[in-house]
Design a protein around this ligand. Structure first.
Ligand SMILES: *Cc1c(COP(=O)(O)O)cnc(C)c1O
Length: 368
């Protein structure tokens, strides 16, 4: 496996300044097989998949992320997250909306499964498309005037629903919105007294770290308390540019967490997961959740049996900082379910017996 290449902007005939501009990156995204030529030659399988999936789920990759892919390795864990695969065409069990989000939307774009918090899909687009995207059904571009009308309806629902104290902005990716639009949206949310915290769910620190500008951080800081969860899946995504983006966020007082997805052949072995999570903690990013891959259309080749996931996270316990261990969860239409084998072995009279990380049993006096 190779490390990040030197001066990747040269591959795209760009200057370093252009490369580090998020507008340039958005405008020069790779959307066609011919655009890929700058960084790599797709395999015959990848080329066929690009053709076959063009209409169903088009691929989009930022030049930055593309520069991290290994052109010599079709099993490259970054490449597999973003390049179409023919395996997507053979998944008889996958569903379009496995979490039944449409049925859980009191108004369009607002998903409510808990009494006190909602996911608010404020943008339909991302910087790049992940092949296992949960919301691939709704990813695409949308005219701002129409989106703004929809957002106003969402805001109005939140305003008249006093139980909502936590609003999670997601999408798509909320950070593809311009600073001006984001400022408007956060400002509107801040006029709602019962909204205590706002969280951003964004993959841009991973896929387009140059989006995390000082201006953006100042803007976010004006709307505190803001929390942010990002989405690193593999240690090779932990570049110096990504670390700098996370550093700017944490310096602005924004706690940064990570939500990864357990993906077969990408991060489903304990050594890779440990390297990812320890790297995140070094960047002051707290692994929050690791998701079991959903029963989502076209993603059978990414799914890992839950028992293997349990073994993987058990293997981390005791062998790295508790901070570096995310909660392994299965998301369901009823909410997130933590996946853990019980450490409680048995009740024995006035004691309970528990199993420690290394397998030893401990008896603890425990009141009835
Ligand atoms: C994940 C999620 C949340 C947030 O859940 P936390 O466990 O508080 O992080 C809220 N609403 C929906 C619909 C979600 O999917």
């Amino acid at each position: 496996m190779r490390g990040p290449i030197q001066e990747p902007w040269r591959l795209f005939d760009a200057s370093e300044d252009e490369w580090r501009g998020w507008g340039w990156q958005m405008r020069h995204r790779i959307r066609e097989a011919s655009d890929l030529a700058a960084v790599m030659e797709p395999t015959a399988e990848e080329a066929a998949a690009i053709d076959a999936l063009g209409d169903r789920f088009h691929f989009v990759i930022t030049p930055y992320y593309a520069s991290l892919m290994d052109p010599a390795d079709p099993h490259c864990p970054l490449r597999r997250q973003v390049l179409p695969s023919l395996a997507e065409l053979s998944d008889p069990l996958g569903l379009a909306d496995p979490l039944d989000e449409v049925a859980h939307s009191p108004v369009k774009n607002v998903v409510r499964v808990y009494p006190d918090r909602v996911a608010f899909c404020v943008a339909n687009e991302c910087a790049l498309t992940c092949r296992y995207c949960l919301r691939k059904r709704m990813v695409g571009e949308q005219e701002w005037a129409m989106k703004r009308r929809e957002l106003e309806e969402g805001l109005s629902w939140i305003r008249r629903t006093p139980g909502i104290r936590d609003v999670l902005l997601t999408g798509g990716d909320p950070l593809v919105l311009s600073d001006e639009r984001l400022d408007w949206l956060l400002g509107e949310l801040r006029t709602i007294e019962h909204v205590e915290i706002v969280r951003l769910g964004t993959r841009l620190p991973v896929t387009l770290p140059f989006r995390i500008t000082d201006d953006l951080c100042e803007l976010l800081e004006r709307h505190h308390p803001i929390w942010l969860n990002t989405h690193f899946n593999h240690p090779r995504e932990l570049t110096s540019d990504a670390a700098a983006a996370c550093d700017r966020l944490t310096r602005a007082g924004i706690p940064v967490g990570n939500q990864s997805v357990l993906l077969a052949g990408i991060n489903d072995d304990a050594a890779t997961m440990k390297q990812l999570c320890e790297g995140l903690v070094r960047m002051r990013v707290r692994p929050y959740y690791c998701y079991q891959a959903q029963l989502l259309e076209g993603t059978a080749h990414f799914r890992v049996p839950i028992e293997d996931g349990l073994d993987l996270f058990e293997a981390l316990r005791g062998r790295t900082s508790g901070y570096a261990i995310p909660l392994y969860v299965l998301d369901t239409p009823y909410g997130k379910v933590p996946l853990q084998r019980s450490a409680l072995v048995e009740r024995d009279g006035d004691h309970v017996v528990v199993r420690a990380w290394d397998g030893r049993l401990w008896r603890e006096l425990n009141p009835r």
